[in-house]
Design a protein around this ligand. Structure first.
Ligand code: CA
Length: 311
């Protein structure tokens, strides 16, 4: 049984939405959700997160906004991303608006939660690493109090998904990724090496519509993503796998590396294992290279159970 508290840091698009539902469906306690730019603009991520939490019966979970962009300028969401996640980030499905974000900036909440919860807190990032990098720059030792850090991002043994080198979450803020990876803090990387292997099919998502009103909405959100992410009739479960691995680390087989992110040039956004001995003293990143092939079935089971409960 999972007895820790999750702090989710998200750029709430479709697979973040599935990840929130998975955490709720597992009965995990959620200390708060911090939001940032990436799949959508930060303000849209906040709005989607608030609306989804309300839909899922968890309106009490506090939501925090991070910066609007990596360098003080508003982030521009790519056309490709708008196509995959929809104009509003959740498959163009309109949800009733509920609640407001807390006034505390996202990185400050990460620091407060780590200081307060300490070993009870698991931080899971499924967008850029911008908010976590700001928290580390402000007070690394406070972040170090958390039990663990899991992030969805990067590609070590496979090609990227926005360039041949780079995965989207790292590509959207490579400098933040470099700060986090080189921080020496222990963390687990859930990259494309494993997430691409777990697929949600149109058929499975379609059946959620039989599980009540909320299931119907998630069926529509996921269906949009499946139709636009690729032509395979299925989508990769990137963010849900990271949240699931935070709850159940046994889902992954990981290997330790000293890692960094390339921040400029053609390979910007690439996550690499460092090779010089003086850079490799601290192998703080456990990169997932294998994962439980039964995860997509487990996700379907957890979400169906949740949707039936919510009606
Ligand atoms: Ca995401």
């Amino acid at each position: 049984m999972f007895t820790k508290k999750l702090l989710l840091d998200m750029d709430t698009g479709v697979d973040d939405a599935l990840a929130i539902a998975y955490a709720v469906g597992c009965g995990a306690e959620i200390a708060g959700i911090t939001c940032g730019f990436g799949n959508v603009e930060t303000a849209e991520a906040v709005r989607n997160t608030l609306d989804l939490l309300s839909l899922l019966g968890r309106p009490e979970v506090p939501v925090f906004a991070g910066d609007a962009g990596p360098d003080g300028q508003p982030f521009r969401v790519s056309e490709a991303c708008r196509k995959i996640h929809g104009e509003n980030g959740i498959g163009n499905v309109s949800l009733p608006h509920h609640g407001k974000p807390s006034l505390l900036p996202a990185h400050r909440f990460i620091l407060d939660a780590a200081r307060k919860e300490g070993d009870a807190l698991v931080i899971v990032c499924t967008g850029t690493l911008h908010n976590l990098a700001r928290a580390i720059l402000e007070d690394r030792e406070a972040v170090a109090k958390a039990h663990s850090i899991v992030f969805m991002g990067g590609a070590l043994t496979v090609a990227g998904n926005v360039t041949p080198y780079a995965e989207a979450n790292i590509a959207n803020d490579p400098e933040a990724a470099k700060i986090v990876l080189e921080s020496g803090l222990p963390m687990t990387m859930v990259g494309l090496d494993v997430t691409l292997k777990h697929r949600l099919t149109r058929e499975t998502a379609g059946r959620w519509a039989d599980c009540g009103h909320v299931g119907g909405i998630f069926s529509e959100i996921a269906g949009y993503y499946i139709d636009n992410e690729s032509d395979r009739g299925s989508c990769a479960l990137h963010d849900p796998l990271a949240v699931a691995a935070a709850i159940e680390p046994g889902l992954l087989v990981t290997h330790p590396f000293a890692m960094t992110a390339i921040t400029d040039g053609e390979a910007a956004g690439r996550t690499v294992a460092r090779s010089y001995p003086e850079e490799c003293r601290v192998k703080n990143v456990r990169a997932a290279l294998e994962s439980d092939p039964g995860f997509s079935g487990r996700l379907d089971q957890v979400l169906r159970g949740l949707f039936k409960t919510l009606g």
